[in-house]
Design a protein around this ligand. Structure first.
Ligand SMILES: Nc1ncnc2c1ncn2[C@@H]1O[C@H](COP(=O)(O)OP(=O)(O)O)[C@@H](O)[C@H]1O
Ligand SMILES: [Mg+2]
Length: 400
């Protein structure tokens, strides 16, 4: 798939901008602070309904404006879909699909798939566990939009269960009694939704494992191997195999075991919201041990693996793009090389890479249907990623 046209109104530094786009590689270059990342951030927003830089929508609306509009014309297998999103900070956002406004913003998920790598992704390796959980959950939702509903259910149950535990903890401190019979019901809801989310995450980690290792190996051949380790808040002794029902039973048991502590702290201590995706490099955890360059390659490998996985979803089976470089799309029925797959966005990556790694990365992604890159220095964009060039200067986007 690719974005054929991007149109922004009052988004970030842009009062209005129209950017026609083509399949293949497009590079946005220009000095820092001119609006390059803002453009690709908007493309990512169309796919994920969120920014890779900020949690809320308010910073995305141009200073002084009330709302922002992001429009993208998405082409997939020659079918066009116009996605329009209106960002209203503090109020509900609105969406239109092919000019119909009888849709929720959530319905937009799945129409455009993007994988975005940006310097902020260092936090995937160096940041809190929440960063890595979000990485997994966002990828899950990209692959299967219905999982957005599962995530929302889980969050809702968690919030209500936490509220109940909090009042129980307060009642306890003031030596009041409290009826806790509803807690069992919330345990059951939490274990149900939690087991579903956990099962999905475990499958995802298993699928990512070889792809991350392959991508890292290409970027940093001399480094130790990468290992992804899903660590459950249920504790090390609890097996994470056996499927959904087994996980449900395990979560229920773990909630039972943690109840006293939870009542003391007024907080849900067990469940996917407390799990961790451990990233190891060789025998050591990457976080706290790996060098800056290694962390950077690791973060990039996580994104490239996501990209591989989404391409494999589309092309299917072992005939899909290999993780051995080149990213060839052979074997896809009825498709030519360079068709299909998500839009890959590489924001400011080349400056951090030496010439050899740049070339390797370029070779690997050059066959994508659409690759959007940004760079402050045009010379940093490798030869293999020759394509359309735009200069971005003071909020003006000009074809060069
Ligand atoms: N909501 C906003 N309103 C107006 N300007 C903004 C807004 N958010 C960011 N900017 C401006 O956008 C510029 C940064 O754009 P960005 O795309 O990150 O630059 P770069 O070209 O370095 O990638 C900054 O000058 C910043 O002040
Ligand atoms: Mg930038």
């Amino acid at each position: 798939m690719h974005v054929a046209h991007l149109s922004l109104a009052d988004f970030r530094c842009y009062a209005r901008v129209e950017v026609p786009l083509e399949p293949g590689v497009t590079a946005f270059t220009g000095p820092n602070g001119q609006g390059k990342t803002n453009l690709v951030e908007a493309v990512g927003y169309l796919a994920t309904l969120g920014s890779h830089r900020v949690a809320g929508d308010a910073p995305l609306v141009r200073q002084g404006a009330q709302r922002a509009v992001v429009r993208g014309l998405v082409v997939r297998d020659e079918r066009q879909t116009l996605i329009e999103l209106e960002l209203n900070p503090g109020r509900a956002n609105r969406a239109r699909i092919n000019r119909s406004d009888n849709v929720r913003p959530r319905d937009v998920l799945g129409l455009l798939r993007t994988v975005l790598f940006a310097p902020e992704d260092l936090a995937l390796v160096k940041g809190d566990p929440g960063e890595r959980r979000r990485f997994l959950d966002e990828l899950l939702t990209l692959r299967a939009p219905r999982l957005a509903g599962v995530r929302q259910d889980y969050e809702r149950v968690l919030k209500q269960r936490n509220a109940l535990l909090k009042s129980a903890a307060m009642a306890r401190r003031s030596s009041r009694g409290m009826d806790l019979s509803t807690l069992d019901v919330w345990d059951d809801h939490l274990a149900r939704a939690g087991a579903e989310l956990l099962a999905q995450r475990l499958d995802l980690v298993a699928a990512l494992q070889p792809l991350v290792a392959g991508a890292y190996e290409e970027l940093a051949p001399s480094g130790g191997g990468t290992v992804l380790e899903y660590r459950s808040s249920m504790g090390e002794g609890v097996p994470l195999s056996g499927g959904r029902e087994a996980l449900y039973a395990a979560l229920l048991a773990a909630l039972g075991a943690a109840r006293r502590q939870e009542l003391e702290r007024g907080l849900t201590l067990v469940g996917p919201h407390r799990d961790e995706l451990g990233l190891r490099l060789g025998d050591l955890p990457a976080k706290g041990y790996a060098s800056h360059g290694e962390c950077w390659s690791y973060a990039l490998a996580l994104r490239l693996a996501s990209y591989d996985l989404l391409r494999m979803d589309e092309f299917g089976g072992p005939e899909g793009p290999s993780n051995k470089g080149g990213g060839g799309l052979g074997g896809a029925p009825g498709r030519r090389l360079g068709e299909g797959g998500p839009v890959l966005i590489l924001d400011d990556v080349f400056a951090e890479l030496d010439a050899r790694r740049r070339e390797r990365l370029a070779e690997r992604v050059a066959t994508g249907e659409q690759v959007l890159v940004t760079a402050a220095v045009p010379e940093d964009v490798p030869e293999a990623l020759k394509g359309a060039r735009y200069s971005v200067l003071d909020g003006e986007v000009t074809r060069v």
